[in-house]
Design a protein around this ligand. Structure first.
Ligand code: GRF
Length: 208
């Protein structure tokens, strides 16, 4: 069993493509001193992402990096790694980052890239997880915080929260209720990392 990281204040870098509500929830936890971390930088692959405005409001460094400016995914990710390392980031937080992370970023931050997905993995991986859940007819769904590996939504699971699915739910109503839980569990997982309490054995996470 291997401890992911020693206890101490986390230096976070957040990658996001859109709205940024998870960023806000994490910032709130930092401001309330419930999460022992600093938010060093927010990077988006989308020039118009609301998360960049939200970062400005919090006086957090923010960057738009256009993947089209690079010849390959590797070169793009190498640039991200340079930006993150320049800010001494030790944990990379994906929050609505609409790209599959490749080996360059994963090698630089082995077992230190985390993601949140709006379903109870391994059910409903990929896009429109909430719509998939409604259409499948499950009675419970939720959200999952996990370490990121080379697959899409396949990495070791840190924490999940369950939401019941109502008969009249649609994609949007379910997404709204799941989001409430996302905002509760993402920063808690980060705090467990900050406390040095997360261990990995195979693909199983132990919180000690
Ligand atoms: C969330 O539903 C998250 O689970 C998924 O993308 C969405 C991001 O929302 N990965 P936000 O940008 O944090 O508001």
């Amino acid at each position: 069993m291997r401890r992911i990281m020693e206890a101490g204040r986390l230096c976070l870098g957040l990658l996001a493509s859109g709205r940024g509500s998870n960023f806000d929830a994490i910032m709130t936890a930092i401001i309330r001193r419930e999460l022992n971390a600093t938010m060093a930088v927010v990077i988006s692959d989308n020039r118009d992402a609301a998360v960049l405005q939200k970062a400005k409001v919090h006086n957090v460094k923010n960057r738009f990096v256009n993947p089209r400016d690079f010849n390959s995914k590797s070169e793009y990710e190498q640039h991200l790694v340079e930006l993150l390392q320049a800010e001494s980031v030790d944990v990379v937080v994906l929050a609505g980052y609409m790209r599959i992370v490749g080996s360059v970023l994963l090698d630089a931050y082995q077992d230190r890239v985390v993601n949140i997905h709006p379903s109870l993995l391994p059910s409903f991986m990929g896009l429109h997880a909430q719509r998939q859940a409604v259409e499948y007819g499950v009675k419970y769904s939720g959200c999952t915080v996990h370490l990121v590996d080379e697959g899409m939504d396949t990495g070791p699971i840190i924490m999940q929260a369950v939401v019941s699915v109502a008969q009249d739910d649609d994609e949007d109503s379910l997404a709204t209720r799941i989001l409430v839980e996302e905002h509760k569990i993402y920063w808690r997982c980060l705090q467990l990392l900050a406390e040095g309490r997360i261990y990995l054995e195979g693909r199983r996470i132990f919180i000690c």
